[in-house]
Design a protein around this ligand. Sequence first.
Ligand code: C2E
Ligand code: CA
Ligand code: CA
Length: 887
Amino acid sequence: MTDLASNATADDAARAARRAALATLGEAELLAMANSAPVGLYTAVEGVGVILVNERMCEITGLTRGGVLGHGYLGVMHPEDRERILDYRSDARREHLAEITAEYRVVRPDGELRWVRARAVRVRTDPLATFVGSLVDVTEFKQVEAALRESEGRFRAIVEQGFDIVTVLDADLNVAYVSPSAQRLGGYEDAGIGRPATDFIHPDDLEGTLAYYRSILDGTPARAMHPVRIIAADEHVEALEIVARKLEDEGTGELVAVGRIVTDRVEAEVALRASEARLRDQASVLEMIATSNPREDTLAEICRMVEHQIPGARSTVLLVDEWGRTLHHGAAPSFPDSFARAIDGIPVAEGSTICGSAVIRAETVAVRDVVHEGLEPWLRVLAAEHGIHGAWSTPIRSSYDQRVLGTFATYLDSARLPTADEEATVESVLHLAAIAVERTQFEDQLAHQAHHDPLTRLPNRTLFGELLEHSLRRAQRSGSAVAVLFMDLDRFKVVNDSLGHDAGDELLQALAARLEGVLRPGDVVARFGGDEFTVLCEDLEPGVADRQAIGVAERIIDAARAPFRIGNEEQFVSASVGIAISMSGTDRPEALLRDADAAMYRAKERGKDRCEVFDEQMRERARERHETENALHRAVARGEFRVFYQPIISLADGTCVGVEALARWQHPERGLLSPIDFLGAAEETGLVVPIGAWVLEEACRRAVEWRAALGSEQHFRLSVNLSGRQLVHVELADLVAGVLARVGLRPDALCVEITETVLMEDIGAGVAAVKALKALGVRVSIDDFGTGYSALGYLRQFPVDDVKIDRTFVERLGTEPEDAAIVAAVVSLGHALGVTVTGEGVETEAQLAILRDLGVDAAQGYLFAPAQPPDDLTGRLLRPHRWIELP
Ligand code: C2E
Ligand code: CA
Ligand code: CA
C-alpha cells in the first residue's frame, strides 16, 4: 500500500510540476509548437475571433497572419460553399456540438483554388467558447479521387454500353458466370449457370464458335470479334459479336467472353440482302417479260420469288378469262399438274373459292384453313390432299385501268392467316404479275389484229395463208385433199356506191356471219380484201373432193343470194366462186389461191352468180395471160397495134353511116390477135389506157381522111370503144378533146362506145364520164346492151345517143320470141327518149329483116362486112352507092 500511496504521490507531484511548467509557456512557445505541425492550426474565441494561427494555415489560405487573426478566413471561402458552411456552423452551435468537420474550397487571394478539410473542436465554454481548428489541404487527394472516379466511369461505360454481356465459361465450356445484362437477354432460369454453353448457341454457329473457344483456351489471342447467334429462352435469336480471353491469373482455365448485341445491325443487313435479292429477282422477272419468255414461265418465277420469302408457302396465279366468267391456269410451279388442272376453270363467283371471291370483291380474301372453312367440298378434299391449310388470294390488277386480271394465291402448310409482312411480300410482286399478264395480252391482241379483219372479225389474208400452209402440210401426211374457194361479190360496188360505205360494211358483216353459218365445222372463212372472201376446206376425199367443194360453194352462193336487210331496204347481191383443189397437198398456198382466183374470174365471165372449178385449161389460159402481159409491154413499146374498121349500115336506106374502130395486135409470132386474146391482160396491167388512147387518135386521123374524101354533105361517123379503165381516168374528156383538136375532127363525128357492164359497175363514175363527153359534143353509145342485167329504166339515167343491142340477142332473133320482144321494147323506149338503136353481129338476111321490122336504126355484122384494115375499106367506102340494097 505504501508503494501505491507513494506512487500516487509521485504522479501528483509530476502532474503539478508539468502544470506549472505549462503555465509558464507563453504565446511564443505555443506558436512555435503550432508552427511545427504539418496542418493549419488556429484558435478562436467566440466574440473575439482568431487569436492564434500557425504558418501552415497562412500557406493554405494564402493569407497573412494578420489577415487571419481576428477576421478568420471566411473571406477566402469559395462563395458556393460559404453559405453551406455558415449554416453548418450555426446549426452546430445551436445543438452545442463539440466538434464539426467540413470540406470546402478556398479561393486564395492569388486566385488559386484549394480543397480543404476543416475540423473545429470546442475546447472550453466558460467564460467564452473557445475552439481549436485544423485545416488540411486535400486538393491533390481530391484530384486523384476525381481522376479515379472518371476512369471508373469510363470503365463502367465500357461495360454498360459497349458490351452488353459478360459470361464466364469453365474449362469444359459450361456457363460459370453471366452478367445481369446477359441474363436479361437470355431470359433463362438461373441464368443457365452450370449448363453447357452449346445449349444457347444457334446450331448453325455451333461448330465455328466451339473452334473459337478452343483456340482461345489453347492460348491463341483473340484478334477479331467473333459473330455468334444465341437462342434465348423464348426461342428468339440474338446476334452477338464476342471477344473471349482466357483468365490466366486465376489459373482456373476459365474463359471470359464479353460481347455486344448486333441483332439490329444483322437484321438490317439481312433485310438489305433480302431487298437486294428481291430487286435481283424483280430485275430477272422484268428481263423475262422484256425478252418475251412464255407467260407461264414468268409467272412461275414470280411465284417462286414469294415462296423464297415465305417459308412453307406455295403460290399460284389464276387468270380471268376473256368474258370474266372463269379463272384459268396461269402458273403453279410448286404444285403437281393434277392440282393445276383441278383448279383450272373455277368460276368467278362469290363464296365458292377464295380466288373466285377475290376477283368478285376485287380485294384480298384470306382463310385460316381451307380444309375446314366454307369452301366447296371438292376443294377441301383437294386442299387436304396437297397439305394446304392457310391461304389467301389477292387480285392482280391492270397496271393502267385497275381491271382485275387474275389472282395471286398463296397457300400455307399450317392453319393460320398471313402476317402483314407476308401480305406485303405478295403485294410487292403483284405489279410484276400484272405486267407479265398484260404484256402477253397485248401481244395476243397485236397478233389477233395482225391476223384478223377488223370489220368482220374473220381471219385476214395473212392468217388464211398461214392456215392454208399448215393444212397443205397435214394433207400431205394424211393423203387427203384440200380445197380453196375464192369468192367475189358480183354487185357489191352498186350497193356501196348507191347506199354508201356504211351500208356496204353492214352487208359485208352480215355476209360474213352467213358464211360462217354455212360452212362445215373445221372449214375456215377469211376476208381476203374488199368484197373477196376465201374459204379453206380440209380433209376432203380425193375422189370426190371437187363435188364436196362445189357443195360448199353452192351453199355460199345461196347465202349471198338471199336478200340483205340494210336500213329499211332489201339489197340483193350474188357471188362468183372459184375453186382450186390440191389433191396431194404438194401445191404451194399462193399457187392454189391464184388458181382459185382464176376460176372465180371464169365464173364471172360465164355469167356470175355461179362457181367454177379450176382446171388444166384454165391453168393454160392463166399461163398464156401471164405471157401476154409481158408481151403487151413490148408491143406498146414497139407499136405492134393496128386498128381495123367495121362498117355500120343504116337500116333506113342501106348506106354506110360510119365505122367502128376495133383494135388488133400484130403479134410477131402468134400473128394477128383480136381483143379477146389480149384485152383482159391489157385491162389488168392498165396498158389498155395507152393502147386505147393510141387507137382513138389513129382512128380519128383515119376518119378525118375518109370524111374529107366523102365530102361534107355525107354523114359519116367514127365509133371507138372505151374500156372501164379509161372511163375512170379523170382526164378522159381532156384526152378526147385534145385528140379531136389535134386531128381536126368534129366532136359530133365521134361516137364512144361504153359497155353496159362497165357503166353499171360504177354508176356514179359512168354518169360523170358520159356527161363530160357529152359536154364536148361527142356522141355516146351503150355497147353490148342487154348483157348487164340493167333495167331499161337506166336508159333515162344515162344521157346517151345510141344503144347497141348485144350480138347474143340478134343471134336468137327468130328462134326466141322473147328476144324480139326485148328488142322491140328497147327500140320503143329508145326512140321515145331520142336514142337510136343499133344491132350487132348481123349474120343473116333473116336477122336483118327482123331488125328492120322492129324499127332498129342501124346494124353491123358479117352479113355486111367484117372488121378489116383501113386500106381494104377505103375503095368500097368511097364508091358512090349504097352498101346494101334494101328491099
Ligand atoms: P364489140 O365492141 O362488141 O365489137 C364487136 C365485135 O364483134 C368485134 O370483135 C367484131 O369483130 C365482132 N363481130 C362483128 N360482126 C360480127 C358478126 O357478124 N358475128 C360475130 N360473131 N362477131 C362479129 P373484136 O374486134 O374481136 O372485138 C371484141 C371486143 O373488143 C369489142 O366488142 C370491144 O368491146 C373490144 N374492143 C375492140 N377494140 C377495142 C378498143 O380499141 N378499145 C377497147 N376498149 N375495146 C375494144
Ligand atoms: Ca363496140
Ligand atoms: Ca358490142
